[in-house]
Design a protein around this ligand. Sequence first.
Ligand code: SF4
Length: 317
Amino acid sequence: MASSARNRYLAAMNAPAPAPRQRKPDWIRVKAPTSHGYAETRRLMRSLNLATVCEEAACPNIGECWTKKHATVMILGDTCTRACAFCNVKTGMPRAVDLQEPEHVATAAAELGLEHIVVTSVDRDDLSDGGASQFVKVIEALRRTTPNTTIEILTPDFRNKSEAAVTSIVEAGPDVYNHNLETVPRLYPTIRPGARYYASLRLLESVKRQAPHIFTKSGVMVGLGEQRLEVHQVMDDMRSAGIDFLTMGQYLQPTPRHATVEEFVTPQAFDAYAAIARAKGFLLVAASPLTRSSYHAGDDFRKMQTARAAQLEQARR
Ligand code: SF4
């Protein structure tokens, strides 16, 4: 046996057995996806060669969302250059950027009849602009093909890329700019080792400064071992960066190789977090065990519009 293979073999033999997975509480159970709408959405995504975060991240809401033909498209391929401890998307050297992808996303939006679309991507640290120009092309293709579809983007952090990358996306004019902080800063070295908490926060702050009319949104997962007061501090940090919309959901361990669930946070505790967040001044808060950043995104977009209109009306009086 070659020495590197032998070392890997010995490491595997000596590795501690993975901790047994906690049983999911009843409030986390979801139905297996079987509907006609689910099958239709799946067929369309396959035919257009589009990846979705719904499948790649093993999202528990896929049955519900795809039945309603809501899918979150994942551009720039299905392979990520980072290896976050919570994420099921595969890590490696991604393939070349698909030049047809922007048109395919627009076709999917048209065929699904989407009023609101969420577009996300893997991290592409290998590209000089982190993939920002592909986001711009997707936004432009959507505006051409389905001008009435509102557009929400959920981007990587563009760490170590120039400020111009983010500016180009802002100038393309999405309706919502989302970037998830994911967890409290103390847990970044283990949960999100390739990212920096304050860099992510600054990205969202910069979007809001450049285009105050664009709704900004960010999310955290709970159940990773964070403390309640640490979550409250994240809320304060988000508010000081001008973030409009906070989403909070339960972290679920996708495979035994990923970070373990430290706690299943009860629906009552989510309600308490939501009450605190509203008191801190977010325009909108979605917090429940199954909340994901793109869950009910279209409905929530309309709620944000209504809340902002009410806020402006109040300011005028
Ligand atoms: S919550 Fe988002 S990621 Fe999950 S299935 Fe729905 S659209 Fe897809």
